[in-house]
Design a protein around this ligand. Structure first.
Ligand SMILES: C[S@@+](CC[C@H](N)C(=O)[O-])C[C@H]1O[C@@H](n2cnc3c(N)ncnc32)[C@H](O)[C@@H]1O
Length: 187
């Protein structure tokens, strides 16, 4: 059986890992907005719970049962699913958000394609990641390697390059965090 770091961390996660970027995340995600938001790799729902007042509805997807049970205890609608194979029809969500999770995903290109697939025309995909171009994040990457976390940090340009040519993509960075923001055109 595979050891899952996040199953282990789930009961303490919210107490140890603080999220202090709500305002910036709202701005990057163009929230408030109507419709449905997917929080992919949403974990305990520490971010989704804060976003609730700013969007019609939220669905959280993650493959760690224990992280999801924390999210469910916050009353969040949560789905046990790998981000590589999301159980949603094409073009379901007006916002798709992935916070601090892409570097933990094994099949990153497949995940980015899935996030794009479920995004509705006129919608926005936001991938928020620690900025691997900065020295502190390089140290975090090393620490995660030593902890055998199998993380793999991509530079924002590498994430952007996975997206299809019709995506209108921009990259924003602040301190040690970077956002890859992609808009899907209305046909
Ligand atoms: C560092 S946590 C971040 C959780 C949440 N986004 C947050 O910011 O609080 C990374 C999450 O990604 C999830 N994850 C990693 N790879 C995944 C995959 N392939 N499919 C679904 N979830 C995945 C982990 O289970 C974990 O909950």
């Amino acid at each position: 059986m595979r050891f899952d770091h996040f199953d282990f961390l789930a009961p303490f996660y919210d107490r140890v890992i603080h999220f202090d970027r709500l305002e910036t995340t709202l701005q990057m995600s163009a929230l408030p907005a109507d419709g449905l938001l997917l929080d992919a790799g949403g974990g305990t729902g520490r971010v989704a719970a804060l976003l609730r007042p700013y969007v019609g509805s939220i669905i959280l997807a993650d493959f760690s049962l224990r992280m999801l049970s924390q999210a469910r205890s916050k009353g969040l609608t949560s789905v046990l699913a790998p981000t590589e194979h999301l159980p949603f029809p094409d073009q379901t969500f007006t916002r798709v958000l992935m916070v601090d999770a892409l570097h933990h995903v094994i099949h990153q290109a497949q995940t980015v394609h899935e996030l794009w697939r479920v995004l509705a025309p006129g919608g926005r995909l936001v991938i928020e990641e620690p900025d691997i171009r900065t020295t502190p994040v390089k140290w975090i990457a090393l620490a995660e390697k030593l902890a055998l976390m199998r993380s793999h940090f991509l530079k924002p340009e590498e994430i952007a390059a996975i997206l299809p040519p019709q995506a209108s993509v921009r990259i924003e960075a602040q301190d040690y965090t970077v956002w890859v923001i992609a808009e899907k055109p209305v046909p």
